[in-house]
Design a protein around this ligand. Structure first.
Ligand code: ATP
Ligand code: MG
Length: 209
């Protein structure tokens, strides 16, 4: 464990495909950091996302580099390669366990959009996950926090102890929309950091061939 990790007591993990990363992700992570007093937020781009089987996902090296570019201006944000470097599908429970091994005495907060939490029952080892990790469920347009109640009722543990709802400034930004905009030659300005926008054009990502 490096010296700088010793004082990390409350750590946020922001998982995602980040294909590409956008201001919805960044605002959510920053809001979670402030609201839950997190010492740091680590962005974890997924290697092979199990829920995106059958979709075309951009090469991990591009998604990783775009995430690095996006967080560069925030001293509390970092990017981890754990899921990219692990073989097989990326499961949150494996990631969380790797973080617990790496940091002494840390409390983990897994930050996710409420849309992802609605699917938590399908996640690998959900019981183990809920027993050792806090979840921050951010609202995004189209998802009512009350929808969460339905899911929470079916969970194996009293989930409101570990699932914390978080209202973030409404942002209808999604990676799917950004990818179609690029393919249709429409502007993506102001939806994501400029450095990421330039990276997309330079590497001709999301253009249909
Ligand atoms: P895609 O459209 O390809 O599914 P996405 O925009 O949903 O991409 P992901 O990488 O799938 O991005 O999302 C990573 C995490 O960020 C998920 O937990 C998702 O719910 C959350 N998230 C994505 N966009 C927003 C947003 N605009 N506001 C709040 N949370 C978001
Ligand atoms: Mg998504």
């Amino acid at each position: 464990m490096s010296e700088s990790n010793k004082n990390i007591k409350r750590l946020g993990i922001m998982g995602g495909t980040f294909d590409p990363i956008h201001y919805g992700h960044l605002v959510t992570a920053e809001e979670a950091r402030g609201r839950f007093n997190l010492d740091k937020v680590v962005f974890v781009p997924s290697g092979k996302p199990p829920h995106k089987k059958g979709y075309r996902v951009t090469e991990a090296r591009h998604r990783y580099l775009m995430t690095i570019l996006a967080v560069a201006t925030n001293p509390y944000f970092e990017v981890s390669r754990v899921e990219i470097d692990r073989s097989g599908y990326s499961y949150t429970v494996d990631t969380v366990n790797q973080f617990y091994e790496h940091f002494d005495d840390v409390e983990l907060y897994f930050i996710t959009g409420a849309d992802a939490i609605l699917e938590i029952l399908t996640w690998k080892n959900v019981e183990e996950l809920l027993s050792k990790t806090n979840f921050i469920a951010a609202t995004r347009p189209g998802i009512e926090l009350t929808q969460l109640d339905e899911v929470v009722k079916k969970l194996p543990v009293p989930a409101y102890d570990v699932i914390h709802p978080l209202e973030v400034p409404a942002m209808a930004i999604s990676s799917t929309d950004i990818r179609s905009r690029v393919a249709e030659k429409r502007s993506i300005k102001y939806l994501l950091p400029e450095a990421v926008e330039h990276y997309i054009y330079k590497n001709r990502l999301y253009v249909e061939d």
